[in-house]
Write a protein that binds this ligand. Structure first.
Ligand code: ATP
Ligand code: MG
Length: 438
């Protein structure tokens, strides 16, 4: 039988050697969100298919082409979430978050599933950090959410991203604009790709998002939503820009951002970088004033965004953003013989209980091999236990970087003494490090 050692197409294992990068991004995002008053919510990986048909929109690419949908054994149609907002809205309604203090501020770290053509920055299972602010129609919420996204990117040391904003109107002004757009595109139907010809009937706004050259060329000359906003949407957008200006957040207007999900109204925005090639949108978001009602909740507005973690990491590597150092093992206790091995395990156990990362040998390796292992792991200190160390109750501690050695007693104060040596070393490194320029 052929061994099954290949992951499904479009999925990626995240290896232990890289996990600190993921944890760094997730922690930073959550801690910045907390500064803005956002609390984490955890929702199921799958939902009733109907939720996404109504939320994301049944004529969008996501629903028509990209969803992982299946019947479960109870004959229910289930879908692996292609995005976070719909599920979070469902949970907020179901758990009465929207009848409590508003705005409700929620954030999440999730995996999403889309049946797409896998390529760099485009996977079938990918990860998002997202936030949702529910309850306020004011552009104050839009500005807050955009500021949060920017703050996360800044905190991660990501450089060279541009914020693009647009308004795509509301249910009062959009239908009239859609007619204008449709009339224009009807005249040029021959230049549209076959899919967009269908979209002309089902969802003309989606054509603005089409990546086909002939379609995007047509769209350049098409009427723009931004020129046909009703007074309410126009004022909303004006105030948002005022607020962003006052906050010192730079942006560019892009009348062709519509976003790929149907629930957006008024504000839409993207943070885009040009340093990782075609898949440069690291964050996308906007306002969704009809969504909560659409899926059966109260008539309440919302605004949010989602960041693609894989793309964030790609950008961070590309722009050489700093990652915190991986926690290194502080002490490797090598041993010779069974008695010493048992003593080593027990010392290591004591250190760990004091919050110090320590290792000993579980592989019955030779002393030479144990030291090679400690070296490869980058352990800060090593210590060897043999018969004489056990008899004297003292051993030699070696700093693996400076090669300095010193004796340490294996008594009741061992952990305390080693902890002190460790702190002194770290302090010295900090004091010796050159000051970084702001
Ligand atoms: P794109 O235009 O790149 O397909 P999208 O508009 O479909 O993006 P959203 O639904 O707004 O993306 O999702 C928010 C973010 O999630 C994107 O900006 C991107 O960073 C990330 N993302 C979306 N789809 C994928 C995917 N298949 N693989 C990896 N990341 C993705
Ligand atoms: Mg997409």
């Amino acid at each position: 039988m052929k061994p099954i050692t290949e992951a499904p197409k479009g999925t990626k294992d995240i290896m232990p050697k890289d996990i600190y990068k993921w944890q760094h991004v997730e922690r930073k995002a959550l801690s910045v969100a907390a500064l803005y008053g956002f609390k984490e919510i955890r929702v199921p990986t799958f939902e009733h298919t109907e939720l996404f048909l109504r939320g994301v929109g049944d004529t969008t690419d996501v629903v028509q082409k990209e969803m992982y949908t299946f019947k479960d054994k109870g004959d229910r149609s289930i879908t692996l979430r292609p995005e976070g907002t719909s599920g979070v809205m469902r949970a907020a309604i179901e758990n009465n978050l929207l009848s409590e203090k508003l705005p409700a501020k929620l954030c999440y770290n999730i995996s999403c599933f889309r049946y797409e053509k896998p390529q760099a920055g485009r996977l079938r299972e990918f990860h998002q950090f997202g936030i949702e602010e529910l309850g306020s129609p004011s552009p104050a919420s839009d500005a807050e959410v955009i500021s949060l996204a920017k703050n996360v990117l800044d905190n991660l040391g990501i450089k060279g991203v541009t914020l693009f904003i647009n308004s795509i109107g509301c249910k009062n002004c959009r239908p009239r604009y859609q007619q204008l757009l449709k009339a224009y595109l009807n005249e040029h139907e021959d230049s549209l790709c076959p899919i967009c010809r269908q979209r002309l009937e089902t969802n003309p706004l989606r054509i603005i998002d089409c990546k086909e050259k002939s379609c995007s060329k047509l769209i350049e000359q098409a009427p723009k939503m931004i020129d046909h906003l009703c007074p309410v949407c126009s004022d909303h957008f004006k105030e948002l820009r005022e607020r962003l200006d006052k906050m010192g957040i730079d942006y560019s207007l892009d009348p062709d951002i519509v976003r790929g999900l149907d629930y957006y109204t008024k504000t839409v925005f993207e943070f885009v970088t040009d340093c990782i090639g075609a898949q440069g949108t690291v964050c996308g978001g906007g306002r969704y004033d009809g969504l909560i009602e659409e899926i059966g909740g109260p008539k309440l507005p919302g605004v949010g965004f989602a960041m693609g973690i894989e793309r964030l990491l790609m950008v961070m590597e590309a722009c050489k953003a700093p990652f915190p150092h991986e926690e290194k093992c502080s002490l490797f206790i090598a041993s010779m013989g069974k008695e010493a091995s048992i003593e080593a395990s027990s010392l290591v156990d004591r250190l760990r209980k004091e919050g110090i990362c320590a290792e000993s040998d579980n592989m019955e390796r030779s002393l030479k091999a144990q030291m090679r292992f400690a070296d490869k792991e980058g352990c800060l200190f090593t210590m060897v236990l043999g018969d004489s160390e056990l008899a004297d109750k003292r051993a030699v501690l070696k700093d693996m970087q400076t090669k300095e050695t010193r004796e340490i007693e294996l008594d009741d104060y061992f952990c305390l003494k080693f902890g002190r040596i460790l702190i002194e070393k770290q302090l010295k490194e900090t004091l010796d490090a050159p000051l970084e320029k702001e």
